[in-house]
Design a protein around this ligand. Sequence first.
Ligand code: ATP
Ligand code: MG
Length: 785
Amino acid sequence: MASRPTPYLDDLNPAQREAVEAMDGPVLMLAGAGTGKTKALTTRIAHLLVMGKARPNEILSVTFTNKAAREMKERVGRLLGETVEGMPWMGTFHSICVKLLRRHAELIGASDRNEVIEGRPQLHLKSNFTILDTDDQIRLMKQLIEANGMDVKRWPARMLSGIIDNWKNRAWTPHQVPTSEASAFDGRGVELYDQYQRRLLELNAVDFGDLLLHVVTIFQQHPDVLAQYQRWFRYVLVDEYQDTNVAQYLWLRLLASGHKNICCVGDDDQSIYGWRGAEVGNILRFEKDFPGAKVVRLEQNYRSTHHILAAASGVIAGNKGRLGKTLWTESQDGEKVRLIGHWDGEEEARWIGEEIEAMQRGTRGNDRMSLDSMAILVRASHQMRSFEDRFLTIGLPYRVIGGPRFYERMEIRDAMAYFRLAVSQDDDLAFERIVNTPKRGLGDKAVQTIQKMARSNGVSLIEGARLCVESGLIKGKGGKALGELVQGLDRWHSQLLAESDTHIEVAEQILDESGYTTMWQNDKTPEAPGRLENLKELIKALENFDNLQGFLEHIALIMDNDSEDAEEKVSIMTLHAAKGLEFPAVFLPGWEDGLFPSQRSMDESGVKGLEEERRLAYVGITRAEQICTISFAANRRVYGQWQSQLPSRFIDELPEENVDVLTPPGLYGGGYGAAGMSASASPAYAMRSANTIEQRVQKADVYNSPGWKRMQNQSQKRGFAQPNESRGLTIDATATSSFTIGDRVFHQKFGYGEVMEIEGDKLAIEFDKAGSKKVVAKFIVPAEN
Ligand code: ATP
Ligand code: MG
């Protein structure tokens, strides 16, 4: 077998080759983005097979996603020139652990209190266990907290779940939680953790964190089982090693501690899961735990052009405490990283859509590019909405990777169900969806009663519900809540018919009055703020339609629009989901302080969070092969409020010589050509179309926002043309910064007044009605006349 040809080795550089050919013993490959770590790892698998070192099912190979595992399998096949069958142990930590745990479930039990009979605890897990989702997990914890006489308002289940997940990530069973944690959850954390684990056993269930924890426990308590797998898995390989948590590391160490044939590849600069318990320290531990490990460093980047690589290196250089690496590329300078500021998020989406179409047509000065070769990487998933909407409008095929598309998300579907019912009271499916969301104490039985009533009277579910309430068939708390729901639906329906309020106002009322918004406000899951944000996004999307009906039709069409996957599509995904991937052209929108870096990371006292965000920026830029475009908006709607945004601090960290600042559309003379903008997207247009005072304040605001100014300064510094005032770029915009004492002005909240004093950007104003106030200049517009 060893005599088989190994042509694939010729495609590697000497360092990669060293890592591939050092088949036995521990190997740590520590290298920057795009240096061929994954390629080396894949080739190593092929080489082990070719050299007869292991059969496909004797290789344990951990990848970051199931998709990555599939791709790796295909690549190994290509290297060998044949399809590889039977690599069952190539997958994510979780997928591999599920398999292991199903085989040995009965070894997991409530150990200490339990008698062990015939090698297994009395109360034990069975191999057909269910895996709980977060909702189930929370519900269970809530019951336990209440059963322990604690106030769930003060001590919410979400908090407990965060604590327990964290302990599980560290591979601590209830008895292993150290005393330093004793005060957790009002001093009851450990006790509740123990009860929770016991309850899971009774239910024959595990949660996500248990998958690893249980397998580690089995390996630790049953040396015979461990020994069996140590023999079985002759080689262990791990990609994206920098994102392993302690439990995962322990698991790997246990499995590899016999033969020590373990190869880990990673990049400390790409560690982006610290918030989920990943520890970069695992990289440092490796050399200690596996003395004599061969440490391979790769420095040549094969993915990106010089400018892209230099921009990424410039940003990551801002982090302290790095292991430090040099990266170089033989590829051409290529295009500089493009930086562009926009008016607002919608314009950003419009511009990117046009850019993508131009690249696809080949009218951008590049060769024609396929949509598959382009990706938009966002920091927060709520950013996806404006892209999805825009692309649907212009008919640009896209796919959302690693998460449901905006309109398929739970909270959006719930909200839409309410809207549908307000429009049409016959929509029974919508009624079923929301009748007990938020919880109204209407269980399955109540719903069946309503259905029966509706059927026997030949009416809709709403009418059925009304009859149930009126006849007293559904009573008590549930009956009252149902009555209120029916009344609400009637009210919203007639509001829409009467057109007394706009459809947007009615939609907002629906979400408030139904208790749906409150439900998410009270929810303490990490996802809840994102869901609230998505609901705001939904309301924002309504602005493009005259009525709710038109909007719902638009969405119905979208949902039906799920075209064949073989079609070329632009990819939209979060930066986290983009790890390990590469695309010829990458768009990185929303580089604004508070969005990226996230507000949370900026609010933290230390630099830890910020450094993780910076690594995320590094991951983002290094996904690009040829074209990398970073953008930000001067104005963005956050939680329904327009906010003037500051460009991300990471933008300042991009080395000037590697960046091309594109002309912000419409602001500078001749700007449209460069950016390929249509006049309709220009700020001047937006200003003309801004018809309420409020909108004008907001729009004028953009030009006075620190963000826009910084953008101008950066352009100036880089030698761009100055704003062309004669383009009609709005008196309002420039006038706001040049008030003089005595000017008559208008403020959205305080009304008309007169400027009394000017102090920097603050004005003391004597308002006609509101008296004297100090306000920031940007919230003021000159009064007509
Ligand atoms: P990341 O850190 O982003 O996961 P990586 O180090 O895993 O990156 P790969 O994805 O393996 O990098 O490789 C990046 C690109 O470089 C791929 O397109 C790969 O095919 C190519 N490549 C890797 N090694 C070589 C080589 N020796 N010669 C030519 N191309 C290579
Ligand atoms: Mg990789």
